[in-house]
Write a protein that binds this ligand. Structure first.
Ligand code: NDP
Length: 332
C-alpha cells in the first residue's frame, strides 16, 4: 500500500507491486508456524474502504502505508511446525498479497476439505465471504413472504447473483440491475424475471412498472436507494449490504427518506462477520454441494499474477469486473 487515494485507487500509485524481496523456502524459520504458498486472493469492493488514513475508524482495519495489502485468500501449506496442519493442506483466511507467507498461528484460518473438488478460487467467492454475505443477509433479514417482489442491485457480482438465485429458489419475482448488457444477460440466465442495465434504463421507471418492492437488496446506495425507497411496499425490508456508488465520490443526499415512515420500512444494515458464527456451519454444509450441482451459478473474473492486483481493485470499483474478481497468485 503506497498512498491514500482521493478518488479511485490507481494501480502503480495507490498500490505498487514490489518483487525485490525473496525468501528461501527451505530454510526460512517457522518458529512453530506454517509456511504457505498463496494460490488465490480475493478482490472485493470493501478494500477501497481500507485505503484510508489509519486514524479514521471503520469496521475493518485500514491498510498500512508501506506494508502489503491483505484480504481473503486460499493457500497451500508447504511446511508446517503446527501439528494441526500438514504439507498439502489448503487454508482459507486473511493473507497479505504476497507469494509466500509464514503464518505464526492459524487460529483464524479454515482448513478446506473441498470434497466437491471446486476450484480453489470459488472459496473466496461464492463459497467464501461474498457468498456468506448473501446467505447471512438473506436468511437473517429478508423475512420473505409469498408473493414478495425482490429488487437486487449489482446483480452480476458474487453477492448479487447469489441473492437473485436464493430469491428464485424461494419462488419470488426478482427485479435485478447491472451495468452492462452482458451482465444483464447473465442475470437473466440465473433467473431474474426483470433484468435491466441501469446505465441505459431508468431504475425509477422499472420499479414504477414492476414494483412495489417488498425486499430491496442494496449493494449500491445513492440514487438507486432513493428510487427503491420511493417504490417500496408497506413493511418492506431494506437489506443494506453495500453502497458502492458512494465509495469513490462525494456522498449523494437521499431524498425519499420519508418512505421509511410512510411505508413502515425495516432497514437492516449488516456486516457479514457479525452474523457468520450463527450461519457458518450451515453455509459450509449446504453451499459447496449447491455449487457443484450447478444449483447456484456464478461467473468469475480472474487476473493471473499478483502484479495485476491494483488493476483488479480499480476494475471492481469501476464495474469492469465480470463476476467475482480474484487474482491467481500461483497455480498449484
Ligand atoms: P461486485 O463483484 O458486484 O463488484 C462491484 C460492482 O458494483 C461492480 O462490478 C459494478 O457492477 C457495481 N458498481 C460499481 N460502481 C457502481 C455505481 N456507481 N453504481 C452502481 N453500481 C456500481 O461486488 P460484490 O458482489 O463483491 O459486492 C457487492 C456489494 O456488497 C458491494 O457494495 C460490497 O461493498 C457489499 N458487500 C458487503 C458486505 C457486508 O458485510 N455488508 C460483504 C461483502 C460485500 P455494475 O457494472 O453492475 O455497475
Amino acid at each position: 500500500f503506497n498512498e491514500v487515494p482521493t478518488g479511485y485507487p490507481e494501480p502503480g500509485k495507490t498500490t505498487v507491486y514490489d518483487d525485490s524481496q525473496t525468501i528461501d523456502l527451505e530454510s526460512v524459520p517457522l518458529n512453530g508456524g506454517v509456511l504457505v504458498k498463496i494460490l488465490v486472493v480475493s478482490v472485493d469492493p470493501y478494500l477501497r474502504g481500507k485505503m484510508r488514513d489509519s486514524s479514521v475508524k471503520s469496521y475493518s482495519a485500514a491498510f498500512v502505508i508501506g506494508e502489503p495489502i491483505f484480504n481473503f485468500g486460499v493457500g497451500v501449506v508447504l511446511r508446517s511446525e503446527n501439528p494441526s496442519v500438514k504439507a498439502g493442506d489448503h487454508l482459507y483466511g486473511h493473507y497479505p498479497f504476497q507469494h509466500y507467507v509464514v503464518l505464526p498461528n492459524i487460529d483464524s484460518f479454515r482448513v478446506l476439505k473441498n470434497e466437491e473438488n471446486l476450484p480453489w478460487a470459488a472459496y473466496v467467492g461464492v463459497v467464501g465471504m461474498p457468498g456468506q454475505t448473501a446467505w447471512v443477509g438473506w436468511y437473517e433479514f429478508a423475512a420473505p413472504q409469498k408473493g414478495d417482489v425482490v429488487f437486487v442491485t449489482a446483480g452480476s457480482g458474487p453477492v448479487g447473483s447469489f441473492v437473485i438465485q436464493l430469491a428464485k429458489l424461494h419462488g419470488h419475482k426478482v427485479i435485478a440491475s447491472a451495468g452492462s448488457e452482458d451482465k444483464v444477460e447473465f442475470i437473466k440466465k440465473i433467473g431474474a424475471d426483470v433484468a435491466f442495465n441501469y446505465k441505459t434504463t431508468s431504475t425509477w421507471d422499472v420499479l414504477e412498472r414492476e414494483g412495489p418492492v417488498n425486499i430491496y437488496w442494496d449493494n449500491v446506495g445513492g440514487e438507486t436507494l432513493d428510487a427503491a425507497l420511493q417504490h417500496s411496499a408497506k413493511g418492506a425490508r431494506f437489506i443494506e449490504c453495500g453502497m458502492i456508488s458512494q465509495y469513490n465520490s462525494a456522498p449523494y443526499t437521499v431524498q425519499n427518506l420519508m418512505a421509511i415512515v410512510r411505508n413502515e420500512l425495516h432497514l437492516h444494515g449488516f456486516i457479514v462477520g457479525s452474523h457468520l458464527p450463527k450461519y457458518r456451519d450451515e453455509f459450509y454444509r449446504e453451499v459447496p454441494g449447491k455449487i457443484a450441482r450447478g444449483e447456484i451459478q456464478y461467473i468469475e473474473d480472474a487476473k493471473k499474477g499478483l502484479e495485476w492486483a491494483g488493476h483488479a481493485i480499480l476494475d471492481v470499483q469501476q464495474g469492469r469486473n465480470h463476476g467475482k474478481s480474484v487474482v491467481i497468485v500461483s497455480e498449484e
